[in-house]
Design a binder for this molecule. Structure first.
Ligand code: FEO
Length: 173
């Protein structure tokens, strides 16, 4: 049986993951509209990954005989001045998600819920990667500045990103 405090925190996180998915889908649509197909592809994959994160949490709640509660998803921004602004917003958002994951971990420690602590390890590692990637793109975009060819090449690089199923879901397939 899943501890009630842990269950509540994970349900809030499921909503946060779907909100993240919605944010990145909005970014993907914005950059598709602006002709940055590679950046749009990158955020479309990010959209899928965030839905995967929500699914991993939902599967976990079900596996512990908890109850998933899906609540309304708040609205998201729809405009970014440029790729750099979107990646800065991505980094700021991922830092918030990291803090939320850490908070669930702290509750799981307090409640002596070892299974949840174990499940959260994957997310803790994932957040390190998410923040590092966003930081890397911000650094690249700072170097590129207003250079049109640089932005063209950046967009091309992001077009190469392919979706892969995250390991907690791959093992369930
Ligand atoms: Fe679900 Fe981008 O963290």
């Amino acid at each position: 049986m899943l501890n009630k405090k842990v269950e509540e925190a994970i349900n809030a996180q499921i909503n946060a993951e779907f909100w993240s998915a919605y944010l990145y889908l909005s970014m993907s649509m914005h950059f598709a509209n602006k002709g940055y197909d590679g950046i749009a592809n990158w955020f479309a994959i990010q959209f899928k990954e965030e839905q995967d994160h929500a699914t991993i949490f939902m599967n976990y709640v079900n596996s512990r005989d908890g109850k998933v509660l899906l609540r309304p998803i708040d609205g998201v921004d729809t405009e970014w001045c440029c790729p750099a602004e979107a990646f800065k917003a991505t980094l700021a958002h991922e830092q918030k998600v990291t803090a939320l994951i850490n908070e669930i971990y702290a509750i799981a420690v307090e409640e002596k819920d070892y299974a949840t602590q174990n499940m959260l390890q994957w997310f803790i590692n994932e957040q390190v990667e998410e923040e590092e990637t966003a930081r890397g793109y911000i650094d690249a975009l700072e170097k590129i500045g207003d250079n049109g060819y640089g932005l063209y090449m950046f967009d091309k690089e992001l077009a190469a990103r392919a979706y892969t199923t995250p390991s907690p879901l791959a093992s369930k397939a």
